[in-house]
Design a protein around this ligand. Structure first.
Ligand code: NAD
Length: 272
């Protein structure tokens, strides 16, 4: 019987691949037999090369390509390199993204203190940093009428969280773009090309470390509020995202497009 989850030999492109979630995800996909192209900023090259070496040592295939998700010509060069190496692109994971402290409103400040340029940078990275790679890599997918694009949303895509003003605006826009693009690509390129998002709940990573952990290592009041509002009562681990990503990447989700998939220990659906 056909294994709907088989992604053996598929070419996976992941932006932000050298981040906390990226490393776990690319190693998992490589372990499933996919060929993975790690795209991240040049400053992450050492990490990228280490991850590629780990994957290769485990018998997998991987490439690290320095990029900038806001620079289309660089992305086009990345695409040419991937096509030269592996001939196609099957799956795009748009994970480059994140927050900036200056785009937040801490409790002792108001919106009038907000650094609007920082908000713009966060929207640029999360929203346009999803749009540009899609425009570049979806070209290959539309030509063959097949592919799976997976964007990275957040709890803030559904309901705004306090403080993270720019990040919330950006990630809710990524959710809207995901749904829009799913319809647009299906209408013009058919039902083999799908666009979905994963919305990870709260993980303790370096990106949100200062919001969730005090300098003495204890949890912040914000952390306690999050955990009180999470039926699981704990932060999630990066490997808890893998099953949902594998499903979205593979034929197991062949009729699924335009969805935002929460992996959050129940946070979003819970009231008291
Ligand atoms: N960690 C969490 O708790 C969490 C929760 C929900 C959503 N997310 C989202 O998941 C994604 C991955 O998060 P993470 O925790 O691994 O973050 P991370 O900060 O560890 O990794 C993000 C990666 O993106 C790269 N990057 C930044 N700007 C870039 C650019 N211009 N071009 C190319 N690469 C760039 C960084 O170098 C970094 O390696 C992000 O979109 C994030 O917003 C994370």
């Amino acid at each position: 019987m056909k294994n709907l989850f088989d992604i053996q030999g598929k070419v996976v492109v992941m932006t932000g691949a050298c981040g906390v979630l990226g490393e776990t995800i690319v190693k998992y996909f490589a372990g499933q037999g996919a060929r993975v192209a790690l795209l991240d900023l040049p400053r992450t090259a050492e990490t990228g090369r280490r991850i590629v070496a780990d994957i290769t040592a485990a018998g997998g295939q991987a490439l690290f390509l320095p990029t900038d998700v806001l620079d289309q010509p660089t992305l086009e060069r990345n695409r040419a390199d991937i096509l030269k190496a592996w001939g196609t692109v099957d799956i795009l994971l748009n994970a480059a993204g994140g927050n900036m402290a200056a785009a937040t409103v801490p409790p002792d400040k108001t919106i009038f203190d907000l650094d609007v340029d920082a908000v713009r940078k966060v929207v640029d990275l999360n929203l346009f940093g999803t749009i540009y790679p899609t425009l570049v890599f979806a070209r290959v997918m539309t030509e063959k009428g097949r592919g799976s694009i997976i964007n990275f949303c957040s709890e803030t895509s559904f309901r705004p969280l306090t403080r993270v003003a720019g990040y919330g605006a950006a990630k809710s826009a990524v959710a809207s773009w995901t749904k829009y693009l799913a319809g647009e690509l299906a209408l013009k390129s058919g039902d083999g090309l799908r666009v979905n998002a994963i919305a990870p709940g709260f993980l303790l990573t370096h990106q949100n470390h200062d919001l969730l952990v005090n300098p003495d290592g204890s949890l912040t009041d914000r952390s306690r509020k999050i955990l009180d509002h999470t039926p699981f009562g704990r932060f999630l681990q990066p490997d808890e995202l893998l099953g949902t990503l594998h499903w979205l990447a593979s034929d197991a989700s062949a009729a699924v497009t335009g969805t935002i998939n929460l992996v959050d220990g129940g946070f979003e659906s819970f009231s008291i």
